[in-house]
Design a protein around this ligand. Structure first.
Ligand code: HEM
Length: 223
């Protein structure tokens, strides 16, 4: 266990500080998932992609969204940096196991597979960003965002990878949602505990399912 320093920067390098960063960025990323899913569901409208393309255009040009995008990027970088630290430190520090194996939280398959789900979600993020963000925003693809999505989702390999990744995201959230509230000391009594458990289970089920439905819809359309 590292010594707790009075300075804020060194506090961020303590075990507790690192955990708080994971929890705070985790909650921020979960709120992003809700907004992202709401936008993606526009793909299901039968308007030839008009609403989705208008949304994509708004997201890439609105100055406020651009600022939020930078915050989101920083949130991901911090979460992934600290997450990789926990994953590799956990390996190096065995048998002194830290949070990834906390006895009280380590009672189900979701907490036990946190490292695996983290790595799969990380690989998914890289592939996903390469496919859409880099292609459209950085390389200036001649195709609209809607066309890029349809082409990707009509590919059974891409869709299978996408759906499988959503299963791992569900696992990550099934433990992560509750864990983040616990880390931040927000589980003040039994009623709150039960509510957070239910909300976490619902969130971990509904959000990845919502994302997974979209590639499945486009894939099934091709049959
Ligand atoms: C949209 C994507 C993601 C969301 C919404 C998310 C959300 C969360 C949440 C809420 C937690 C619980 C924090 C806590 O225990 O206090 C967590 C934990 C964790 N996340 Fe993520 N995460 C995402 C992506 C990733 C990625 C790409 C990695 C890759 C390194 C990662 C690595 C981890 C690890 C290792 C933990 C466990 C930390 C611990 O037990 O102390 N996460 N995540």
């Amino acid at each position: 266990m590292e010594a707790v320093s009075p300075s804020a920067t060194s506090w961020l390098h303590t075990s507790v500080g690192r955990k708080v960063v994971m929890a705070a960025t985790g909650i921020f990323l979960m709120s992003f998932l809700v907004v992202h899913l709401a936008g993606n569901l526009l793909l299901l409208r039968s308007d030839g992609g008009a609403a989705f393309n208008a949304y994509a255009e708004f997201m890439s040009t609105n100055p406020l969204i651009r600022v939020l995008e930078i915050l989101l990027f920083l949130g991901f970088v911090l979460h992934i940096y600290q997450g990789l630290y926990f994953i590799f430190r956990e390996r190096a520090a065995r048998p002194i196991r830290y949070s990834l194996n906390r006895a009280e939280a380590n009672t189900n398959i979701f907490s036990r597979t946190m490292r695996l789900s983290a790595i799969v979600v990380l690989v998914f993020l890289i592939v996903h960003l390469r496919h859409f963000f880099v292609e459209h925003r950085l390389l200036g693809s001649p195709y609209t965002m809607y066309e890029l999505c349809v082409a990707a989702f009509e590919n059974p390999y891409y869709s299978a990878f996408y759906v499988l990744s959503m299963v791992f995201l569900a696992f990550h959230l099934a433990h992560g949602f509750y864990s983040s509230f616990q880390t931040l000391g927000l589980i003040l009594n039994r009623r709150i505990e039960r509510a957070v458990r239910w909300a976490g289970a619902a969130f971990a089920f509904v959000i990845p399912l919502g994302f997974a439905i979209i590639p499945l819809y486009f894939l099934l359309r091709t049959l």
